[in-house]
Design a protein around this ligand. Structure first.
Ligand SMILES: *[C@@H]1O[C@H](CO)[C@@H](O)[C@H](O)[C@H]1NC(C)=O
Ligand SMILES: *[C@@H]1O[C@H](CO)[C@@H](O)[C@H](O)[C@H]1NC(C)=O
Ligand SMILES: *[C@@H]1O[C@H](CO)[C@@H](O)[C@H](O)[C@H]1NC(C)=O
Ligand SMILES: *[C@@H]1O[C@H](CO)[C@@H](O)[C@H](O)[C@H]1NC(C)=O
Length: 429
């Protein structure tokens, strides 16, 4: 909680601003009593680059009716170019458009000046529909400001959206014009299987231990996900475990009921995990300079948003029986906490990725078990960094994975939102 933005409260009456509009009626908003700030419709109408967004907002006025319940909001408004880049969606699909626009509204007024430089900050949005997100009180978006003072929003599957016209004030808050549509974070499965392939082993292990639902359907989670090479290193040990023992280890990687951004891990604190098999088991956090460790495992890539929380990539599999393991920040690679001997596989991108044969659709689906490359490896049917998106489109992966119907819909929805956006992925470490 400590690092969440403290929002400025705007002393405005959104009720005065937003007259209840029957759907389909003319767009009419009363002038607010405050004279200095303009009403939202004036601000939107005055920006040529927002004409598409303005039309959509007028078409779906229900969204604006929620705004008065917040002490100010920030409209992250995609410009016309952003909508031009976004194909294959149906602007008449009310559920889709409503949820998409809700994901583009932050709770509280977030001015670009209030965003700290070089620190990732989570901000809650108005997206609450369980079909799209299982984060209580609103799905999050990640905000970053670089040294050049440019503010970037990061969302699902590492998609990024840059503020091109900052801080347009209206009576209920601020409008930030951005160059790309934001993608509501996808579920854990497509995120780890398709977008961050370096986490395929972790996902496979969850399937092997029957834990996917526990990790992906819970509301509010923080997941520490070891990369593939971490599993490769101890594959001989882990692959021989029975389901219960494996689950015992994997649950140590789940922090339930909290969505913790990387900046919220405080040095010397202990986290409660989903592993309740061992009494008083906690996970110890160490911060040393820019490094963050969980026991002795180092955080490699932080803050990957998913539908029900956040994933941080770590460099080693955590062992609940080695909870006293501490890092030596002076060295790059910490001692393994599982026996390395007896490894069935070698480490490296050419070596097999443990547990990927536990994916529910290995026969039908074009999974490359020999690749632990990050996104971007070309592999025939589904290629390039948009793999995850293409794979989960109607022609691809998720649609064929009949073993996982529950996630297919959400993945398809995410793909629909994402598919044509010209995604920029955050590279894997
Ligand atoms: C949210 O959780 C419910 C189960 O509680 C699940 O059915 C739904 O698919 C989840 N939504 C997403 C977007 O994952
Ligand atoms: C972090 O905590 C460790 C003990 O867990 C302590 O030895 C170290 O001095 C702390 N570092 C800082 C920067 O406070
Ligand atoms: C965290 O756990 C360790 C080991 O059990 C203990 O020594 C330490 O005091 C705990 N720290 C806090 C802040 O509770
Ligand atoms: C609207 O889009 C969602 C998400 O892609 C989809 O599940 C739903 O079937 C669509 N509804 C209509 C009426 O097309």
């Amino acid at each position: 909680m400590l690092t969440h933005l403290t929002y400025g409260l705007l002393p405005t009456s959104l009720l005065a601003l937003l007259t209840v509009l029957p759907v389909g009626s003319a767009w009419s908003i009363f002038e607010p009593r405050q004279s200095k700030e303009k009403p939202l419709n004036q601000v939107l109408a005055s920006q040529k680059s927002l004409s598409t967004y303005y039309e959509l907002v007028k078409q779906y006025p229900d969204i604006l009716l929620q705004l008065p319940s917040y002490d100010g909001v920030t409209l992250v408004a995609p410009n016309n170019d952003a909508f031009d880049k976004f194909h294959d969606w149906d602007p008449q699909n009310k559920s889709l458009v409503t949820n998409l626009l809700e994901y583009h509204i932050l709770q509280g007024t977030v001015s670009t000046a209030s965003v700290p430089v070089g620190v990732s900050t989570f901000a809650k949005t108005l997206l609450n529909d369980k079909k799209y997100a299982n984060v209580s009180e609103g799905q999050q978006m990640l905000i970053n400001k670089g040294g050049d003072d440019v503010v970037v929003f990061t969302s699902g599957l590492g998609s990024r959206s840059t503020v091109v016209e900052p801080d347009l004030a209206f009576t209920g808050g601020l409008v930030q014009i951005v160059d790309t549509l934001m993608v509501p974070p996808a579920r854990l499965e497509p995120t780890t299987r398709d977008a961050y392939k370096d986490l395929q082993s972790f996902l496979g292990a969850l399937y092997a231990a029957d834990l996917v639902s526990e990790f992906a359907d819970a509301t509010d989670v923080t997941i520490l996900a070891p990369r593939n090479s971490a599993f490769q290193l101890v594959a001989g040990t882990l692959e021989d475990l029975d389901k219960k023992a494996l689950a015992n280890i994997l649950r140590y990687h789940l922090i339930p009921n909290q969505v913790l951004s990387s900046t919220e891990f405080q040095n010397g604190t202990n986290l409660t995990t989903a592993n309740d098999a061992i009494p008083d088991l906690t996970l110890h956090v160490t911060r040393a300079g820019n490094n963050v460790y969980f026991n002795s495992a180092q955080m490699l890539q932080p803050d990957i948003l998913i539908a029900n929380g956040v994933v941080h990539i770590i460099d080693a599999v955590l062992n609940p029986d080695a909870r006293a393991a501490t890092p030596d920040p002076a060295i790059g690679t910490q001692a393994p906490v599982f026996p390395v001997t007896g490894t069935k596989t070698a480490v490296g991108t050419k070596a097999p990725v443990p547990f990927t044969s536990d994916f529910p659709c290995t026969v039908d689906c074009p999974i490359s078990t020999a690749s632990s490359e990050p996104t971007g490896s070309a592999d025939g049917a589904a290629t390039t960094t948009t793999t995850g998106l293409r794979l989960s489109s109607s022609k691809g992966f998720a649609a064929r994975c009949t073993g996982v119907p529950a996630q297919a819909g959400a993945a398809a929805a995410a793909a629909m939102l994402v598919g044509a956006v010209g995604m920029e992925f955050v590279g894997l470490v």
